[in-house]
Design a protein around this ligand. Structure first.
Ligand SMILES: C[S@@+](CC[C@H](N)C(=O)[O-])C[C@H]1O[C@@H](n2cnc3c(N)ncnc32)[C@H](O)[C@@H]1O
Length: 249
């Protein structure tokens, strides 16, 4: 079983570095007026999308995997938020250009061609709109074998340093590029996460009795243990300039 299948089976609600705790902090730090439009890409089971809608934003949320979207819809049956959930690829976002005040990605862009995905985020943002993208990065140079093992296991198309991410955003014409919440992976985040149990987590039938799932989970722990001190995460922020309309609507 691959890593993304494991996350899907378990219906993990905040499968990104820092978990829901980091999502709450990020959203609290954003000054966007209620009613503004947000596209959440790679929304997984929709936990963040629901939170954003509850805060009064107009939310569209896409994910490549239909089962993730099914789980997001299941969550929203309880929360009854007005959200458009769709199956969609970050490399070919099913939205018109210049639509959104904000694009949010939480541990998603690494799973696809980052240049292509970032160019799509730019395309769908309104001029003056902002991208927030929290991704796994390496903070200290790693042996190539370890990078290869991680990419293979996680299904990442790339693993970048902070500087490499900044270069990607620059090459796609983002301005005012910032890197915040830069930190090493650590266990404190997992402990804080116990403060926010996910009430609407939908675990697929038979998941807990599937040996393959436990093997993948163990492999995940071992890989991250082996790379402690190297792997971290950061939030990349970039603006689409006011004169940045590069595509017809
Ligand atoms: C690590 S999970 C993060 C999910 C969610 N953002 C969260 O924090 O819980 C990565 C998500 O990206 C989705 N994904 C992977 N490749 C994608 C692509 N090319 N386009 C859209 N979503 C993608 C996966 O299906 C998965 O839901």
């Amino acid at each position: 079983m691959n890593y993304l299948n494991m996350l899907t089976q378990l219906g993990i609600g905040s499968a990104h570095p820092g978990g829901y705790t980091s999502t709450l902090k990020l959203i609290d730090s954003i000054s966007l007026k209620p009613g503004c439009s947000i596209l959440e890409v790679g929304c997984g089971t929709g936990r963040t999308a629901c939170l954003l809608a509850q805060k009064g934003y107009q939310v569209t949320a896409i994910d490549l995997h239909p089962e993730m979207i099914e789980k997001a819809l299941h969550r929203n049956k309880f929360l009854q938020q007005n959200i458009t959930f769709e199956v969609g690829d970050i490399c070919a976002i099913p939205s018109a250009s210049n639509q959104f005040d904000m694009v949010l990605a939480e541990s998603v862009t690494n799973f696809a061609d980052a240049q292509q995905a970032i160019s799509e985020y730019y395309r769908v943002l309104k001029p003056g709109g902002t991208l927030y993208d929290r991704e796994v990065i390496y903070l200290n140079p790693m042996a190539q074998d370890n990078v290869d093992d991680l990419q293979k296991f996680l299904g990442f198309a790339q693993l970048f340093s902070a500087e490499e991410w900044i270069a990607v955003l620059e090459s796609q014409r983002f301005t005012d590029i910032r890197l915040t919440d830069v930190k090493l992976m650590d266990e404190r985040a997992a402990i804080e996460e116990h403060n926010y149990p996910d009430q609407y987590q939908l675990v697929s039938e038979g998941a807990y009795s599937n040996v393959l799932l436990w093997q993948t989970s163990l492999q995940y722990t071992q890989l991250f243990d082996r790379n402690q001190g190297f792997l971290g995460s950061a939030v990349l922020t970039g603006e689409k300039p006011q004169d940045g309309v590069a595509f017809a609507p």
